[in-house]
Design a protein around this ligand. Sequence first.
Ligand code: HEM
Length: 359
Amino acid sequence: MGAVAERPSSDLPSRMWNAVWRPTPGSLRLLALFGVIGNVLIVVSGGAVRVTQSGLGCPDWPRCSGDSLVPTHDPDHPLLNMSIEFGNRLVTFVVLTAGLLVFIAALRLRPRRKELVWWALAQPMSVVAQAIIGGIVVLTKLHPAAVSLHFLVSPALLVFCVALWVRAGEGDAPALRLAGPWTRGLTAALLASCAAVLIAGTVVTGTGPHAGDADSRRYGFDITEVARVHSVLAWVTAGLTVAVLIALHQTGAPAAARRRGHELAALIVLQGAVGYLQYFLGVPEGLVLLHMLGSVLMWIAAFRLFFALRDRGGVPVAAVTAPPEPSELPAPSDEPEASGRRGARTGSGPSPAGNPQPA
Ligand code: HEM
């Protein structure tokens, strides 16, 4: 008996319902992409809180102020700051909902792929962790270390989101390496240096003027020195990106991997330019937000490059169709069931072309 075709639903709510309750690898991938976008948005909305000095707009947590969960009139806290901080808290709920939906979809996908379930579970869990750290930020009156940690959880969470997004679009075959040990080693070093730039960036922020509130504590370093360390690390990252690109071209790496490398290189050039511009212009708010957005986009691009260096085969065949509702099950038949080829490299999903290299 052939697989039951998915009944096309015309209206958006039932399509959304199907995407979660009767997921296909494609719909799971789309939900995972929403998770990636939601986490990028939360970085930018968190940045907006900081640069508008709204960090203590809601002076309490989990309540906004006094007994109220939402912004109310408070003589010490302007309504605009309160609303900006409250808006950022609301984005957390959106991201949490996206995380829960993607987790349900990963659980419902047939055949169930355990690894996807774990990546998906990490998302709502980390949003909860992020909400708690957000609370610590407020309760420590924006201590710079808490603010740094609050930012850095987002790139960490994005690792889960990107992993799910990528893995939902490929199979479970043993990883076939598409690049040699040198290229892989350089890419691992590139990821480490990206992480170092992000960490150093938060130290620059925690030393500079954008504390999130006029009276909150700073790290107390020399701003020129920390900005220098941060920009040197950015140059190291740029150098490693060039080295990876050369290695990809010289070893005939797959076109997809080279494309990911070019995307990353373009983002680093833009990010570096914004970084210098904001430094020399005295960190204007708009550029700070753009720099924050660029930092997470770069991080995502670096992980996509990392994943493009191996092939896990096409999506398992049986997972291509959604599990049917009981009412849609066909009448029993004597024909044998079509069995899914879990992890088959010949599955229906795209498989990157290139020169596979031995480990
Ligand atoms: C690979 C490129 C770069 C990345 C990924 C990056 C990333 C970051 C991150 C994550 C932050 C902290 C954001 C926050 O805590 O809210 C930051 C802050 C900062 N970065 Fe970069 N950066 C890069 C290059 C540069 C360069 C070349 C400069 C030039 C000096 C620069 C100047 C700054 C400054 C001045 C801040 C503090 C902004 C503020 O006060 O809010 N960055 N960067």
